[in-house]
Design a protein around this ligand. Structure first.
Ligand code: B12
Length: 233
């Protein structure tokens, strides 16, 4: 059946999620928006819509991109459709009324323009009660340093999706060390090609596999920071 013939609201939840994976693959922004809203109207919690429909759909896109079945222009359309769904979810994820936790400065490192994962981490952190300052993509070390001075955050988050850009995280951390400010901040890193070992090697406090882990890790570090401050008094 052609997409035109499908009435999204008539599909069961499972069929609709499956259809969203297909529509994300095909970069159909309006369909993703409509289906996101339908799932919410059916009582789905925003986090489930995000992970089961959108992130899972993007995972499938990633596999075919890797295998040379999809190309950059197509993946860009998928990314735009994903972002449209995320735009609907963002205020819902942010409006949890969680108590204030601290401030996060987050950005994708120099040379890298991937921002979906970073945006997702930002959204989830907002929802968990963090103030989030988003530096966007392609950030040289100066951008992080300026933001640190300007915003006085608790946490610095760096994202990289390319094996060629992930070493730049070390440049940022080493520069912080040179300036004697490294230990004043919690540094979290993430992105698909990273792992825990890499996080340790570049001198980050933690590598986080996904946005949910990022939230838990951030809260954990903030609690430890408060405890050690309290112990120091
Ligand atoms: C979408 C996409 C694109 C889009 C990006 C659109 C956008 N606005 O972001 C476009 C089409 C522009 C693109 C371009 C390119 N891409 Co691309 N892209 C992808 C793809 C398919 C999905 C990435 C994504 O959004 N995933 C979904 C999100 C939710 O997951 P995530 O990013 O991993 O984020 C989660 C975690 O990693 C973590 N996290 C992420 N960041 C952070 C930060 C912190 C602080 C924390 C705590 C956690 C955290 O939490 C997130 C949420 O749970 C991946 C495939 C893949 N397997 O990752 C390839 C991929 C990353 N791209 C790849 C390549 C090669 C490119 C190009 C070089 C292609 C080209 N020839 O031009 C360019 C690079 C341009 C550049 N200079 O950056 C390769 C990288 C290979 C490598 N070894 O480096 C991949 C792996 C595809 C592949 N297998 O070939 N890409």
């Amino acid at each position: 059946m052609a997409d035109d013939d499908i009435i999204l609201s008539e599909l069961s939840d499972d069929e609709l999620v499956q259809q969203m994976h297909d529509d994300l693959y095909d970069g159909l922004k309006e369909e993703i928006e409509e289906a996101t809203q339908i799932l919410l109207d059916r009582g789905w919690v925003p986090y489930d819509v995000l992970t089961k429909a959108l992130v899972e759909g993007m995972r499938i896109v990633g596999i075919d991109f890797r295998d040379g079945i999809l190309f950059v222009p197509e993946v860009l359309l998928s990314a735009n459709a994903m972002k449209a769904g995320m735009t609907i979810l963002r205020p819902l994820l942010a409006a949890t009324g969680a108590p204030k936790q601290g401030k996060l400065v987050i950005g994708t490192v120099k040379g890298d323009i991937h921002d979906i994962g970073k945006n997702l981490v930002g959204m989830m952190m907002e929802g968990a009660g963090f103030d989030v300052i988003d530096l966007g993509i392609n950030n040289p070390v100066e951008n992080y340093l300026d933001a640190i001075e300007r915003e006085q955050p608790d946490i610095i988050g760096m994202s990289a999706l390319l094996t060629t850009t992930m070493p730049y995280m070390k440049v940022v951390i080493d520069t912080m060390k040179e300036k004697g400010i490294r230990d004043d901040y919690i540094v979290l890193v993430g992105g698909a090609p990273l792992n825990e070992e890499f996080g340790k090697a570049v001198g980050a406090d933690a590598y986080c596999r996904d946005a949910a882990v990022a939230v838990e890790t951030a809260k954990d570090f903030i609690a430890r920071k408060h405890n050690s401050l309290a112990a120091g008094v």
